[in-house]
Design a protein around this ligand. Structure first.
Ligand code: PMP
Length: 426
């Protein structure tokens, strides 16, 4: 038994499934998860000392790779000053100012410790503000594991064929209406009949939890138009896309101003930090100003905020997202070319440092189309690449990530590995 296998055996004795977040268990791809010990730049190492080029980047947060020297230095200095105060700090003010500068739709922000808390809180706030109950979400979008949002969700829920979770009262689930992503007709129909009961529409403006699905032209502006017309709150869940697809998030790429935005992942750069923010009149409904309660013992944690500020500072470098986008395109288009040469119909899309890779001829627009991709081919490709020391997300339904410290060296190594793997598969 390998060290990874032994650890996984031990883990399964005491942790459900051996993991603290389901997709980590490698259930859908098979095999043993790698227990990681160290990361540096674009690479990680497992307990057996095997090195991997990392395209998971902790599921998105590591925009600048592992253990970036500037981040580590700042975090070490912050740790020396104390881990948590449960009192306001200047760092939080700086973070709030920075976020509102970089995303003009944010007039006020509140920090939380996870993306789940951010989306849960945004939903509660939208309900409190509008005095309505109904929430609209889209099939295949994942917004964390809050009860109201774990209905027809993507990511791990989808990977395990459990898009609807047990333990959620039917009465509560009934308050969440689910539409097909990119389907404008369904949206119009729903708003024409129940528009004045809808508290909020929450959407991943670029969907990253059913692999990666781009919004069809006009989809996001239709959302904006209908929510404005009916007084519903439009929430962009940019936990994944924020500072990942562009400095101003997906909202800057598509030119849409949501009422509320949720952020996470990159804003903490690997530390537990997330946020929600938006229109001042809505945010002022939050306690202690308003009637909607929301709180957190560790919210705005100084070490996490320090890490986040350095990450955002680095993200502001001139031309950074153009270079990152170029790198990501070279990688994914390279893989697709190698795959097609080996006889696999494949397609890809990417924005900034986020990408989708499909064993399917054409890019999908909806969850149904995503499900038509060849999962078996993906699984075989995944295992082959893992053996070659290339670490992709262990599911056909996750987006991938390139960091600003991946170089042409990693890309070349990845593409030659892909050539060998596809040759074997054939
Ligand atoms: N929203 C989106 C779009 C996400 O991708 C995620 C996590 N992958 C979440 C919310 C939940 O964030 P967290 O895992 O930090 O709770």
């Amino acid at each position: 038994m390998t060290t990874n296998q032994k650890l996984f055996e031990r883990a399964q004795q005491f942790i459900p499934g051996g993991v603290n977040s389901p997709v980590r268990a490698f259930r859908s791809v098979g095999g043993t998860p790698r227990f990681l010990t160290r990361g540096k730049g674009p690479r990680v190492w497992d307990v057996e000392g095997k090195e991997y080029i990392d395209y998971v980047c902790s599921w998105g947060p590591l925009l600048h790779g592992h253990a970036h020297p500037s981040v580590i230095q700042a975090v070490q200095a912050s740790v020396e000053r104390g881990l948590s105060f449960g009192a306001p700090t200047a760092l939080e003010v700086e973070m709030a100012e920075k976020l509102t500068q970089l995303l003009p739709s944010l007039e006020m922000v509140r920090l939380t410790s996870s993306g789940t808390e951010a989306t849960m809180s945004a939903i509660r706030l939208a309900r409190g503000f509008t005095g309505r109950n109904l929430i609209v979400k889209f099939e295949g979008c994942y917004h964390g594991h809050g009860d109201a949002l774990l209905v027809k969700a993507g990511s791990g829920a989808l990977t395990f064929g459990q898009p609807d979770s047990g333990g959620i009262p039917a009465e509560l689930a009934a308050q969440t209406l689910v539409l097909e992503y990119n389907h404008m007709g369904q949206l119009e129909e729903l708003f024409s009949t129940r528009g004045n009961q809808i508290a909020a529409v929450i959407v991943e403006p670029v969907a990253g939890n059913m692999n990666m699905v781009l919004p069809r032209p006009g989809f996001l502006s239709k959302l904006r138009e209908l929510t404005t017309a009916h007084g519903s709150v439009l929430i962009f869940d940019e936990v994944m896309t924020g500072f990942r697809v562009a400095l101003g998030g997906a909202q800057s790429l598509y030119g849409i101003r949501p009422d509320l935005t949720t952020l996470g992942k990159v804003i903490g750069g690997g530390m537990p930090l997330a946020a929600f923010g938006g229109r001042r009149d809505i945010m002022e409904y939050l306690a202690p100003l308003g009637p909607v309660y929301q709180a957190g013992t560790l919210s705005g944690n100084p070490v996490a905020v320090t890490a986040g500020l350095v990450n955002l500072h680095l993200a502001c470098a001139d031309g950074l997202y153009e270079r990152l986008g170029e790198m990501t395109r070279t990688l994914t288009e390279g893989i697709v070319e190698v795959g097609r040469d080996a006889g696999y119909p494949m397609s890809t899309c990417s924005l900034g440092g986020m990408f989708g890779l499909y064993f399917r001829e054409k890019l999908p627009n909806t969850l149904t189309e995503v499900m038509e991709s060849d999962r078996f081919a993906f699984n075989a490709f995944f295992q082959g690449m893992l053996d070659e020391g290339i670490y992709f997300a262990p599911s056909a339904f996750e987006a991938g990530f390139v960091s600003t410290v991946h170089t042409s060296l990693e890309l070349d190594q990845t593409l030659s590995a892909a050539e060998r793997v596809f040759k074997q598969l054939r």
